[in-house]
Write a protein that binds this ligand. Structure first.
Ligand SMILES: Nc1nc2c(ncn2[C@@H]2O[C@H](COP(=O)(O)OP(=O)(O)OP(=O)(O)O)[C@@H](O)[C@H]2O)c(=O)[nH]1
Ligand SMILES: [Mg+2]
Length: 185
């Protein structure tokens, strides 16, 4: 298990080795801001309040005796609140591309978000396609699991299904990504 090598550090760390930039993108209301609330503070809010522009939040992880600072860029899914798109994609190490398993449109738009990634980013980037709101892993949803698996394989990305509400698999998305970033996979 890769994840046993990674430890989340909640307090400010002065002696980190390097900063990694992780971008969260995807349609409005899929759960990007909720993801960070859960990962960073273990909080969850039922009320949707759209992100305006971009919010940057930091945290730290240790991986194999080194500490990494993570800068998360939480970008609005609404075009009208997004500007200076080039700056989001500058020097990124990882992207969390999220959709809502109850909303097929947000899944169909993965193609749009992938084309944006290809247009604005360069270099080696780990992209994780994340299907959120799998609140009950045994239930059926509008976007079937297999569709997520297939699109991730088509675009050569990672795939994770999560529920931020029920705290299923959220931290693993980050741990998985950091492991691959550190090992330059
Ligand atoms: N059922 C369910 N609802 C969720 C889950 N995660 C988030 N939500 C809800 O979905 C909505 C998502 O809100 P945000 O996280 O602000 O969405 P966002 O992707 O940041 O949206 P923009 O900032 O507009 O791009 C909120 O009402 C959350 O309560 C989940 O795992 N399950
Ligand atoms: Mg948001």
């Amino acid at each position: 298990m890769k994840n046993k090598y990674i430890v989340k550090l909640n307090s400010e760390q002065k002696d980190y080795k390097v900063t990694k930039k992780i971008l969260l993108i995807g349609d409005p209301n899929v759960g990007k801001t909720s993801f960070l609330k859960r990962y960073l503070n273990d909080e969850y809010d039922n009320i949707y309040s759209p992100t305006i522009g971009t919010n940057i939040k930091s945290s730290y992880v240790s991986c194999e005796n080194n500490i990494y600072k993570l800068n998360f860029w939480d970008v609005s899914g609404q075009d009208k609140y997004r500007n200076n798109i080039q700056s989001y994609y500058k020097n990124i190490d990882g992207i969390i591309l999220m959709y809502d398993v109850n909303d097929m449109d947000t899944f169909v738009n993965i193609k749009y978000w992938m084309s944006e990634i290809n247009k604005y980013s360069s270099g080696k980037i780990i992209v994780s396609i994340v299907g959120n709101k799998f609140d009950d892993l045994t239930s059926e949803y509008e976007v079937d699991d297999i569709l997520g698996i297939n699109i991730a394989s088509k675009f050569n990305c990672k795939y994770n299904k999560i529920s931020i509400k029920n705290n299923i698999n959220v931290d693993n998305v980050i741990y998985d990504m950091i492991f691959d970033i550190v090992h330059n996979k």
